[in-house]
Structures are given as C-alpha cells and as structure tokens.
Design a protein around this ligand. Structure first.
Ligand SMILES: [Zn+2]
Length: 238
C-alpha cells in the first residue's frame, strides 16, 4: 500500500543522483531505509540543508510498493554543528555513521538508533572528540548485540591479569593463565581505555590501541573494513 509515513531519522549517507536528486541512507527507530530527495541539489532546496549526514530529523516519507521512498518534508531535531566544522569530529562521526550504514542485520533497530543519536550528541559536545568516539563505538557494538566483556576473562571467568589476549570472536579478553587459547596480544592500557569508555570516562593512553581492536572487531562482524576508520585514525596520529 502506498502512503505517507512520519518518522525520526539520522542521515547516515547522502549520494548525488541524476536530475539534481539525492539519495539518502537513513537510520530510523524502525530500521534502515533509503529515500530520494527530489531536487535536493538545486540552490534553493530547503530540504537539502536539513538533510546533511549526521543530522537528526523528523521526515515525512512517501512510500510505494516496488519504488524507493521519497522525502516530502523534513524538520530538524538536532544538527550537531561541530560535527561539520571540527575535522576530527567530522571524521569520527563518519565512522559511527558508516557502521550503522553497512550493518546489514534486520534486527531490532530502536536501540542502535537511540545509541547513535546519543553518540553523535556526545561527539558534538565532548571537550575531547577522541574520548567520545571510543565510547560511541563501544555503545554501538553493544546495541547491535556484540557487546564486549571487559571485566572477566572470557576463558576462565577469572580476573583479567596480564598478559592479556584479545579474543575478537568471543568479544572479550583472556587472562595470562588462559594464554594458550591464542588471540591477539593486547596491553592492559587498551583494556583500561575500554573500561573507562564504557563508564563514560576519559580512555587515557590506551585509546588508540583500543580503537584499533574495535575496528578489527567491526571488520569481523561486518565482513569488510570500515572505509572511514583509516582516515579518522590518521587524523588522530597527526
Ligand atoms: Zn583466564
């Protein structure tokens, strides 16, 4: 049945089409969808200004069976100005948006939506973008059902004493006693960084290593590397 639907949405990606149209990838509380914005690239398009990546909007979609949805109206809920101005924040928000865009599962979508909006807000407001970035990725992993165990060894259930190994497939770390299991060598400061991020605190010196562990984890779950992560990491090193 065709008809109009109103929903909240985060703009994940925007792509130019022929005839001045633009195609958006949106994350809504009901799931991901694509929608066309007719005439978005014309100079006077009010919709185009509202529908930038990382914007949170209320949209009206016209949906027809067998055709792509069309955006017929939009109003702004949040625009997160610094996510368009500060280069590190631009790059880090791209990573969060890409994760939600390539995540192909059709599972419950309300939690990823809520977590993404909160992560973007934090990335916009946090004094240090890197802190908010790690927290956002960790939150999205949990929202998609891949939350990490950070407090107990995933081998023996005991305390996480070094030398630590990261167990990407299980989503956690093993302790020194379980080192025979294999896995990836990880420092105690990377674990500390993840624990701090999980509690909303500053990750400290293990931040970069923690992010690279998360990016490997996404790569495993999404079956492809995150295109935006490498650029964002290179900015952090600069
Ligand atoms: Zn153990």
């Amino acid at each position: 049945m065709s008809g109009y639907r109103e929903t909240q949405a985060v703009v994940l990606r925007s792509q130019d089409l022929r005839e001045a149209d633009r195609r958006l990838s949106l994350l809504t509380p009901q799931g991901r969808c694509q929608a066309r914005v007719p005439g978005a690239r014309k100079a006077k398009s009010r919709l185009a200004g509202l529908l930038q990546p990382a914007s949170v909007v209320q949209v009206t979609l016209y949906e027809r069976p067998g055709a792509q949805a069309v955006v017929t109206g939009a109003s702004q809920i949040a625009s997160f100005r610094r996510l368009h101005e500060d280069l590190v924040r631009v790059a880090a928000s791209q990573v969060l948006l890409e994760i939600c865009d390539v995540q192909s599962g059709e599972e419950e979508a309300l939690r990823p939506f809520t977590v993404l909006v909160e992560a973007l807000r934090l990335l916009d407001e946090a004094p240090d973008a890197a802190d908010a970035w790690l927290e956002g990725e960790l939150g999205l992993l949990a929202a998609y059902g891949w939350g990490l165990e950070l407090w107990r060894c995933v081998g023996c259930g005991g305390e996480l004493r070094p030398p630590l190994k990261y167990q990407m497939d299980i989503g956690g770390f093993t302790c020194g006693r379980c080192s025979g299991i294999g896995g990836m060598t990880a420092s105690a400061s990377a674990l500390e960084a993840l624990r701090a991020a999980a509690e909303g605190a500053a990750p400290g010196p293990g931040d970069a290593e923690a992010r690279s562990l998360l990016h490997l984890t996404w790569r495993g779950h999404l079956e492809a590397p995150l295109k935006s992560a490498e650029f964002a990491e290179s900015l952090m090193r600069a």
